[in-house]
Each structure stands twice: as C-alpha cells, then as structure tokens.
Design a protein around this ligand. Sequence first.
Ligand code: NAD
Length: 418
Amino acid sequence: MWKALDVAAWKEQRRADLAGVREAVAGIVGAVEQDGDEALYALTRKFDHIDLEDLAVAPEEFEAAYDEVDDALIDALADAEANIRRFHELQRNRSLWLEEVEPGVVLGVKTTPLDRIGAYVPGGRAAYPSTALMTTVPAQVAGVAEVCVCSPPPIHPLTLVALDLAGVDECYRIGGAQAIAAMALGTETIDPVQKIVGPGNVFVTAAKMMLRDHAEIDFPAGPSEIGVLADESADPVFVAADVLAQAEHDPHAGCVLVTTDPALPARVGAEIRRQLETAERREIIEAALENSGYVVAADFDEAVAAMDEVAPEHLSIQVTDPMAALNAVHHAGSIFVGPYTAVAFGDYASGTNHVLPTAGYARTYSGLDIHHFCKTSSVQMLSREGAEALGDIVESLATAEGLHAHANSVRLRRQRRE
Ligand code: NAD
C-alpha cells in the first residue's frame, strides 16, 4: 500500500475520481432543479437514510445544542473561533482607498462584500464544526450580510454551537450534491446564493464545479491531501503521524512523501504500519493509503520540482533548512514549516484557513480567505486638469480604434469653459 508513485499519474487519478461521479451528480442536480424541496427530502432519505421533518434548523435548536456538548469543548471551539477571526481580520483591506497619481487624477479601489453566500459544512464520515468556523467566520469578517449553511443530517450539536459562535443562524440539514444544487439554484425554502464555499467529498466537489454558471464557487476543495517534503533530518514518526491524520478523512484522501533520503520511505512505511495498529479509523486510512506513496528525488531542486507538480492541499516541510524550502516551493494550499508544525494545528486552531484547493488545483487557486467574500470596484475621479492631462492619449487611441464617440466624450469635456 505504501509504494513509489508517479506524480503525473497520481494527479490524473485525483481528477478522474471527480469525473467518475459526474453523471450521478448531474442526476441529483436535475432532480433538485425540477422538484425543489421535495427532491431534497427524497435525496436525504436515499443518501443520508433520514426522514426529515424540516429542512431548516430552528433558532431554539442552536440554544439546545449548548446543553448537549461539554463545556470544555465549547471553550476550545470559542478559542479556535477567536484565532480564526484574528487571522482573517489581518487580511481586511480598507473598504475604500483613493490616491492622487498625478495632478487632477485620483484613482482607487472600493471593496464591497458579497450580499449572500452559501457555506457547505461536510458531515458524512465525520462531524466538522471546525469547517463551520473556517467557512463562516471569514464571511462575517468580510461583512457578508447573509450567510446560509448546509450540512448533512444529523448535524452534530458542536457544529450548531460553532455556527452560533460565528453569528450564523440560517442552516439547513442537507448534504452532498443536493445541498450544493439547493444553494446554487434555490428551492421553495432556500433562497439562492451568489457564491458557494466549503469543502466536501467527490459528490460535493463535482456539484460545485457543475453549478458554476449559477453560483460562483471558491475552488475545488475535495478529499484531503498532504505532501511531505522531507530529507534525512525528518522524523519518520512525525511524517507518518501527519500522513495518517489526513488519510483518516476519506478513502479518497491522498498523501505523497517527496524525499531526497532513499532510506526514509521505508522508515515512514514501517512507522505508518505501527501507528495504524491503534488507529481508530483504520479502514478509511487503509483505503486512502492506496492513493498514497512516495517519490525519491536525486537532490533538493528535483524534490521541490516534484512537490510543485503535486501542488498539495497541505504541504509539510520537514528538511534541514525549512526556510530555503519555503522560499523554493510555488504550489501548495497551506504550508506547514518545520517538524513541530503538525498540519492539524492549521486544521483547527492556529487561525489559518483549512478550506484549501485539492487535486493539483493549488497551482491556480488560493485557499479560502476573506477576499473570496468580497469584490472590488476600481474608482477614478478626474478634475478638469486631470482630463487635460490624459485627454490626448484617450482621443488618439479611441480615434485609432474607430470609437469616435469615446474620443468625443473626452473632447467635449476639454472644450467646456468653466
Ligand atoms: P460530505 O458532507 O462531503 O458528504 C456527505 C454527503 O455525501 C452525504 O450527505 C450524501 O448526501 C452524499 N453522498 C454520500 N454517498 C453518496 C453517493 N453514493 N451518491 C451521492 N451522494 C452521496 O462528508 P464526507 O463524505 O465526510 O466528506 C468530507 C470531505 O471533506 C472529505 O473528503 C474530507 O477530506 C474533505 N475535506 C476537505 C477539506 C479541503 O479544504 N479540501 C477540508 C475539510 C474536509
């Protein structure tokens, strides 16, 4: 199960997993489009084996959730919420900046939050209160007015507490592709959203990609991945522990070790087998390890190039000079530097966001941050002096393009006597 990997084939397989469910997802999306709420009840019965009475979580259910979980857990969640809020507040831009770039020419950018977004909080094989925070807190920090959440039933009380801590009160008990379809297309109960964020299994991710014409999406954030860049200084116990931690998410999870030390893969493999003996989610981990393995590189540059090709969701750097590696790599969703930075810190509590691109999409997408919840408008403000300064450029270029009305709109202003 722990074997040498061909990176290109590995990546192709991860995309193929998504493509493999496209037909099934198209059927689910079609049903929601046609039958609205009725389809949501039927699909929940089929895939979640639950007969729902109500789609929406009632306000008193949020309150009642606090009584069902340990106070210590609520405290931990509140600490995580504060850390996530702190990190995302650091990303906030000025809502409007204006700068005079030359006399009479003022330019700037106005940042506006989206009006209504949808957050998917997974909940099939595990409860994800942490994801409830990771998706909704940045939206709140960005200033989004309406945040709608979908999560498969039964929704864990800790997830409801997380939503309450984040200040979100619109939540529906729907999972999978049907939840994405409901938020993108709208139903009798659920108003459509402008953008959908959040991770999920292959069904959720395929639905997000399929519905991009109806609602903007963050990026494909499918089954979890880790890439470990390691040399002879790496501790196989830590490497194996991080591999198991991502593998336990999903049978489709994938883990790649890239190392310059030819002896390390066997040492990590032995450690994986040892830690597996006591792992609680052994079956899921073993399945995920089938999609996992290692690459031995000739030198540091070759190792970095291989890891860039993987473009992992999480990149763990466990080498002698981690800062050199941090500078050298280009493509990763989130980067964990040094032996003590377990990926789990970012999953829960450091405050960075754990909603990240998978399947090689970190080459082109950034992980979730507050910019996903805003849009910007450029702003320009010219005085008569500014119109004079730029007038010749516009009149000559517009005339050359044959757009005489453009040229005229500037000429008329230059001719106006105040
Ligand atoms: P989920 O909520 O994503 O999926 C559960 C839903 O899938 C169910 O409600 C059901 O409706 C649907 N489903 C299950 N089997 C189906 C079938 N055969 N046909 C159609 N629909 C079906 O929960 P999960 O399954 O536990 O997956 C969570 C995923 O999120 C994991 O893959 C995990 O690795 C990933 N994750 C990713 C990130 C990221 O940022 N990339 C972060 C956290 C979690």
